[in-house]
Design a protein around this ligand. Structure first.
Ligand code: SDX
Length: 430
């Protein structure tokens, strides 16, 4: 809290209320509006919470105007350049970068929780082969609570941290099992001698018939993509996890809810939607026609991978991923016409008055699909990749909520339905 006050007064009643100003360590000052209903008799209205802070958090800071993203104070550009996904996971969970011994212990903990109960693989085999993997992930992750029910002691911080590590460790195993079920391949098991991303790629693509050599380029690219997607403060899926957590639900239920929220094309589902959009545009010659469609309010077509609720400038992750996409394509010695198309589309949109005026820039999802495609990931699995990484942010925020709980989330509404009326028995209704 600061000693600044903002007075809100109601001319009609002459009443006024002092709104305390909260100033975080970074970011805009925020008004505490808790007193408004009691003092002034008004609720506040903010559909989509575009102007409302739901909690205080020490995990991630975003400055949408300056295109700044920091995990626990460390700029995303430095972490992308110098860190690893599991080191970033440790940082997001614990608030500090690990010392060598702490990092070794963390790697060991994650490595020795990668397996899932064999019955979970049976569960996965129950899905039809063409089930969307995000549908499978939401169902299977939620069912983890059925395997650890006696260990869901939420009051014990050590049990909470164990559940958090379990989620991080098991998501790649479950994701790979969903993919393999779709491909009709036998279950593969995590190889503990491999690193996190190598192990994931091996589980995804190894087949019994031959040795599978993990590509260094792919492992490095995934590690970078997982770092960039690990957390993003109170986005829709993380806010969902915190809201579900505020009811006291177990962490597996919270993360399953986060997976469902992430799936939407306006959120994590955008990376799959970008590839579909680029394939729909088809060629550079068609770009002007589709840009006009995106600008037409009566046309449902949107430039997927463009725009952001917070970034009114470039999403810092998008430029890092665009450069990585070039590197991956060069290192794999392949080219992708969709990459050229994406870059041309970006240039056209960034020069267009509509996008400039509405501050619509490429976001994290615009280029990521190009890399996933080059590394052999099918489109339907793109958002699953996002979920593997964002599990770190979800469980970090769940832990933070448990350590510093807000009251159960319960937004209000503006009721616009019918006033009270008398029930009419069926016999009297015409
Ligand atoms: C992610 O929150 C996070 O942090 C999310 C995320 C994370 O890491 O967790 O960053 C990940 O979800 C990135 C966003 C991925 N989604 C997409 O790329 C889908 C396409 N983008 C849009 O749907 C949209 O930009 C949102 C949903 C991302 C943001 O929407 P806002 O901020 O609520 O803005 P809006 O929908 O109110 O749009 C403002 C105006 C509107 O025009 P008007 O009604 O004012 O005339 O901009 C227009 C919109 O029509 N607009 C677009 C557009 N995005 C917004 N017009 C064309 N193409 C677009 N992509």
């Amino acid at each position: 809290m600061t000693d600044k006050r903002v007075i809100l007064s109601d001319e009609s009643s002459g009443k006024s209320v002092e709104l305390p100003v909260i100033q975080g360590s970074e970011g805009e000052p925020t008004l505490s509006i808790k007193g408004v209903p009691g003092e002034l008799g008004y609720f506040t209205y903010d559909p989509g919470f575009t102007a409302t802070a739901s909690c205080t958090s020490t995990i991630t800071f975003i400055d949408g105007g300056k295109g700044i993203l920091r995990y626990r104070g460390y700029p995303i550009e430095q972490l992308a350049e110098q860190s690893t996904f599991l080191e970033v996971a440790y940082l997001l969970l614990n608030g500090e970068l690990p010392a060598a011994a702490e990092y070794d212990e963390f790697l060991n903990d994650i490595t020795y929780h990668t397996m899932v109960h064999e019955k979970l693989n049976t569960f996965i085999k129950g899905f039809h082969y063409d089930a969307h993997p995000m549908a499978m992930m939401a169902g299977v992750v939620g069912s983890l609570a059925a395997f650890y029910h006696e260990k869901l002691d939420m009051k014990d911080p050590a049990a909470r941290m164990l559940a958090a590590k379990r989620m991080i460790a098991k998501m790649p195993t479950i994701a790979a099992a969903c993919y393999r079920h779709h491909m009709g391949w036998p279950t593969s098991y995590p190889l503990n001698r491999l690193g996190f991303t190598e192990r994931f790629l091996h589980m995804m693509f190894s087949v019994p018939a031959e040795e599978y050599e993990v590509s260094e380029v792919a492992a490095r690219a995934f590690d970078l993509l997982f770092i960039l997607h690990a957390d993003h403060e109170q986005n829709a899926s993380t806010s969902t996890v915190r809201l579900v957590g505020s009811t006291g639900a177990n962490p597996y239920a919270c993360v399953a809810a986060g997976i469902s929220a992430l799936w939407g094309p306006a959120h994590g589902g955008a990376n799959e939607a970008v590839l579909n959009m680029l394939e729909q545009i088809g060629s550079v010659a068609n770009i002007p026609k589709f840009v006009e469609k995106a600008k037409d309010r009566d046309d449902p077509f949107r430039l997927m991978g463009f725009g952001h609720r917070v970034y009114r400038n470039y999403d810092p992750r998008a430029s890092i991923i665009r450069d990585a996409a070039h590197e991956v394509l060069n290192e794999l010695g392949t080219s992708d016409p969709l990459m050229e198309l994406a870059m041309e589309l970006e240039q056209v949109a960034l020069k267009d008055e509509y996008f400039i005026e509405k501050k619509l820039y490429p976001n994290v999802d615009f280029y990521s699909g190009i890399i996933y495609k080059a590394l052999g990931i099918p489109k339907s699995m793109f958002t699953v990749m996002f979920a593997i990484a964002r599990t770190v942010g979800w469980v970090a925020h769940w832990l933070e909520h448990c350590d510093n709980p807000t009251p159960i989330g319960r937004p209000r509404q503006v009721y616009s339905g019918p006033a009270e009326r008398k029930y009419v028995p069926l016999s009297q209704r015409d």
